[in-house]
Design a protein around this ligand. Sequence first.
Ligand code: AMP
Ligand code: ZN
Length: 470
Amino acid sequence: MPDFRLYNSLSREIEPFAPADGHTVKLYACGPTVYNPAHLGNYRTFLFEDLLRRVLRMRGWAVEQVMNLTDVDDKIIKRATERGQTIRQVTDPVIGIFHDDREFLRIQRAEHYPRATDFIAQMIALVRRLEEKGVAYKAEDGSVYFAIDKFPGYGKLSRLDTREIKSGARVAQDDYAKENAQDFALWKSAKPEDEACEAAWDSPWGRGRPGWHLECSAMAMAILGETIDLHAGGIDLQFPHHEDEIAQSEAATGKPFSRFWCHGEFLLTDGAKMAKRVGNVSTVADLRANGVSAAALRHFMFSTHYRKQLNLSGEALEGSVEAVRRVGDFAERLERERAGTPGLAEAAETLLVEVANAFGDDLNAPRAMGALFEFITAANRELDVRGKDAEALARAREAFRQVNAVFDIVPDRVVEDATLAAWVEQQLAERAAARQRRDFATADSVRKALEEKGIAIEDSPTGTRWKKVH
Ligand code: AMP
Ligand code: ZN
């Protein structure tokens, strides 16, 4: 296999990547803030991480992935206060929707989905460690802050100029601009509205709650260890979120926090970042209402490199619907055919080499997608010849399976049909066995079960044929 190379935001270079232990990639991806269902912009990032995860596995590594669920923050508290609910009452249903949407989009399940509110003890312990190192201090407002001028590495990810690092000035809210690089809140003292919605905990500094950045540092280190292989997220998280995660983790441990940092670019609508506050969001529910399949959305997202901006439009989605139809027709044909030609085996070989090269070159999914469609054209041409090489067909099926294991873009109809076909074949085998032993009652009940699913069967001297009648 060729090298596997990834762009590392920390060095601003494409570097060879492999997990530190040579076996399991410790991957942390910043998850959703669960006050509202995630939108397709969020899902562009989560799909980029799904692609990354699947490519790492295709390379033969295991992946241990954490995606946190931010279930306490400024926005959640605001929502709970408006509704007179607790933060749990706001976040529980949104987490349910997140997993439904994730499954619909065929995003593989991560190994861990920690909720921030389940890791308060680890967060408090981390702030204590930072106090001991002399980089955290309690301010007059009762909150605990990180002193950025005490940590020499501050700004290395987002390349802050030392002149931009203001000592002593403080910022309490979670999100702020780069021009305002200031001491940021690790632990925020509780206000009455925090208490009212159950977003306050006991701590050595009095009642309070964690800052957003602290949540990720504590959960990543508690689950994956003090140095992880790869940390991913959307480009907007680079500053301040990831810069602050690095500061908190490295100031506490003295070790590198993550070896690689990977950031995905934005999804836009009409040229503007898709964002709740801009009001231009669409959701998975909208997608489903418009009959756009997960396969089509995945094709759309993976046809642009993850470090380039991507504009969502109806036209582009239609193109993807058409493209995955072609993939589905081809998948069906591969199942139907009985043999191929030596040329088919060659095309399969080329596909695997080109896809490995493309993914190994900073996850170049559009190039890999191009290779897949070239393969489909070449394979269709070879299959038209009606060759006799069963081994060649098996290779084509295997190559297609491997590439689709990453993209996962065969549309539902075909997936459902394949599942149905497997079930029908199994029923027919049972029926044949029953008839063999002259157990006609069982044979009849199998026929009835098939009819109930809209399957008509026809016995002939060469065996039983079946077809779907509705
Ligand atoms: P949030 O729930 O806002 O914390 O965001 C969850 C993830 O979605 C983060 O990794 C963000 O960087 C990412 N994200 C937010 N908006 C977009 C967008 N328009 N395009 C791509 N990723 C986004
Ligand atoms: Zn995070």
